[in-house]
Design a protein around this ligand. Structure first.
Ligand code: SAH
Length: 352
């Protein structure tokens, strides 16, 4: 049988797994057993699913697969302990995930696409172009492979902030979320998972309406349409204004606080008028700001606008943050994690 046609079981939410088992003539409770083996026992060999009859194991081997990604390399940052993983897909593509330790929290940052179509000027992934969407199994497997290595309890949070734009791979992103937040999947829940988007306004609304109630981060980077368009071309299609309306709706529907990600670019979005605009914005929406020092993408040898971007000096970042805080806005400064292994925000890109 052609292996590419086999159903990738790791990407099926529990209800779909039950349906699949029903369709192949089995009782639906088998779906729950398989889900438990895959997601709680982290088993990726049908022969180890001991409570399944032998003929069912054989049937599953014939019709489905537990192989989605393969681990290629693991690199650990000497300075922060951040770990960067390189995984390959069955069709020979490469994607990266990153595990970020932070006190008693360990956050796994996962990818949703091979490359990215958005072309944000500050991001290395954008520079490598777009290859394809990941399947839900490929999204989930980034977690499963790492959890198997570290132990499941060692990964406390998941952020969709790796390569790609999750809301442009909407269906598979939602499927993967439904796998992760199923109450039968131990250790994970909606409030430990964050989706980060460059701002695909209609999909933000759709995500709110799924009822999944995961946390949402909007890559804001500027409150001014012209500046935002210059550094994030997607702003031409879905404007700042549309996205702000969408996240307001999201916050209201899900009763969650929005995170605004804000990468500090010297002279571009770190001016006093940017502070005032942020204050005005944050007063309208339950939110916090995540300030990110700009991580160099010089290793990609970029041209155009990208070549002109410089990080805001740290003293100015502190001043910027203090002014926001003195206006009662919650602001975090994100550490530059794993810069030495090009694993920090916006540095993920695989060169072929
Ligand atoms: N496509 C999604 C998720 C990927 S990026 C999104 O746009 O949100 C995760 C975060 O890192 C985003 O906020 C992104 O804007 C930011 N980022 C990208 N490149 C960066 C860089 N070179 N330095 C700092 N932050 C960067």
């Amino acid at each position: 049988m052609n292996t590419t046609k086999k159903i990738e079981l790791k990407g099926l939410p529990l209800d779909e797994l039950r349906i699949f088992l029903g369709e192949i003539g089995e009782q639906k409770f088998r779906g729950e057993q398989v889900f438990n083996w895959i997601h709680n026992h982290l088993i990726d060999d049908f022969d180890l699913m001991l409570n399944l009859p032998k003929d069912l194991r054989q049937k599953l081997k014939n019709l489905s697969t537990l192989e989605s990604l393969q681990r290629k390399t693991v690199q650990q940052s000497m300075s922060t302990g951040t770990i960067k993983y390189l995984n390959s897909t069955k069709d020979g593509k490469h994607i990266e995930s990153v595990l970020i330790p932070d006190n008693n929290r360990n956050t796994l940052c996962i990818s949703t696409q091979v490359g990215c179509p958005l072309d944000c000027k500050f991001c290395a992934t954008g520079l490598m172009g777009y290859k394809r969407n990941l399947s839900s199994a490929e999204i989930v497997d980034q977690y499963l492979i790492s959890a198997k290595e570290t132990g499941k309890d060692k990964i406390t949070n998941i952020v969709y902030m790796g390569m790609g734009e999750p809301l442009l791979n909407f269906e598979n992103t939602i499927k993967s979320l439904r796998v992760f937040i199923d109450e039968k999947n131990t250790g994970l829940s909606h409030n430990r998972i964050t989706i980060s988007t460059a701002g695909i306004a209609p999909k933000i609304i759709e995500l709110a309406d799924t009822g999944l109630r995961v946390k949402l981060a909007l890559s804001l980077h500027s409150c001014f349409e012209d500046v935002r368009t210059r550094i994030m071309p997607i702003n031409k299609k879905y404007s700042f204004k549309q996205n702000i309306e969408a996240v307001k709706y999201y916050a209201k529907q899900t009763k969650t606080r929005i995170t605004f990600e804000y990468t500090m670019l010297n002279g571009i979005n770190d001016r006093n008028e940017d502070i005032n605009a942020l204050i005005k914005l944050c007063k309208q929406i339950p939110s916090k700001i995540n300030v990110i020092p700009f991580n160099s993408i010089k290793h990609m040898d970029p041209g155009g606008v990208s070549a002109e971007l410089d990080p805001t000096p740290m003293p100015r970042i502190y001043e910027f943050v203090e002014k926001l805080r003195s206006n009662k806005i919650t602001v975090m400064i994100r550490d530059t994690q794993g810069d030495d292994i090009a694993a920090a925000c916006g540095q993920l890109a695989v060169k072929y």
